[in-house]
Design a protein around this ligand. Sequence first.
Ligand code: NDP
Length: 332
Amino acid sequence: TKKFVLENGFTNMPKEEDFKLIEEDLPELKEGEFLAEALYLSVDPYMRAYAHRLKEGKTMIGLQVAKILKSNNKEFTVGKYVVGHFGWATHTISDGLSTNADYPQFPYIMPDFGQLPASLSLGALGPTGNTAYFGFTEICKPQAGETVVITAAAGAIGSHVGQIAKIKGCRVIGITGSDEKCKWLKSIGFDVAINYKNSTWINALSEATPRGIDCYYDNVGGEISSSIIQRMCKDGRVAVCGSISSYNCDVHSLPKATMIQPWIVFQQLEVRGFVTKKWSHRWMEGIKENLKWIQEGKLRYKETVTEGFEYMPRAFIGLLNGENIGKAIVKV
Ligand code: NDP
């Protein structure tokens, strides 16, 4: 197998030199084990956010969809596709048991998606889709006619949330980092898309939300989020999904926070952080719902695909730099 191990712990933005590609022989299969070959691997912001949990010299963590090549396991049989936390490796031996206590449902045999690509099990029909579906519907509790704002809106989760918000009859405003991404958001049904790199973006947000904001799906945190929270309506809901604006810096060097508490108090906001493991027991329900919407043509997905296992670090760093539209994945 080829695999990437972490050579150096990350300081600020990860660098290609922080990873080392190594090659290793795998042992013979034991009873109950199977050998799987990676087809697509996921790169995700949590790999940076959880850097403190990664150990130097260890295989990088991550989800992949892989084809079973050999098997001594009755459930995971040859030729099937398996979705598992096998890390940044081309080949894996697994006994089919979970290696991640927070997500006991993995590894699992990929459900039948019809003609749709297997890579979707890393995105719209996997963790991304479920984070969007459960985080938005359960925490924002959107009602038809409400105004929804989403940050990192052209990313994997953001673009998915925006489309669910449209399905629920909301008015949807996406905040993202380029004009090209804004254009794409409009093409998939967002009512308004705003580039936060324009100095006037807050004016554009005020114009787009004359009655204020009912739901905010927060992927970025920091100053952008403070400005948005200050425009929330009474009884507004904030789903705090991620805070990517803080992942690549030393938390001690972050600027002093803008005061948002008065808005939380006087507008009686519900601000709720979550991790998708909260809905581990409802995993297949989320996948089913998203699959139905995709098949009905109500939900579109986009992938930014990097070809070649050796480019995993590049794809990961590109994601943190905002080079992706939709879900960032690597095709082996
Ligand atoms: P995305 O596809 O959204 O990729 C990340 C995007 O973040 C980039 O494309 C970039 O887009 C944007 N970004 C990067 N740096 C900044 C910054 N400093 N300020 C504002 N935006 C920035 O990734 P995901 O959809 O996978 O993840 C989105 C968020 O969801 C992340 O915060 C992630 O940690 C979180 N998450 C949370 C989970 C949970 O269980 N709570 C599960 C999975 C993800 P742009 O060009 O717009 O800047």
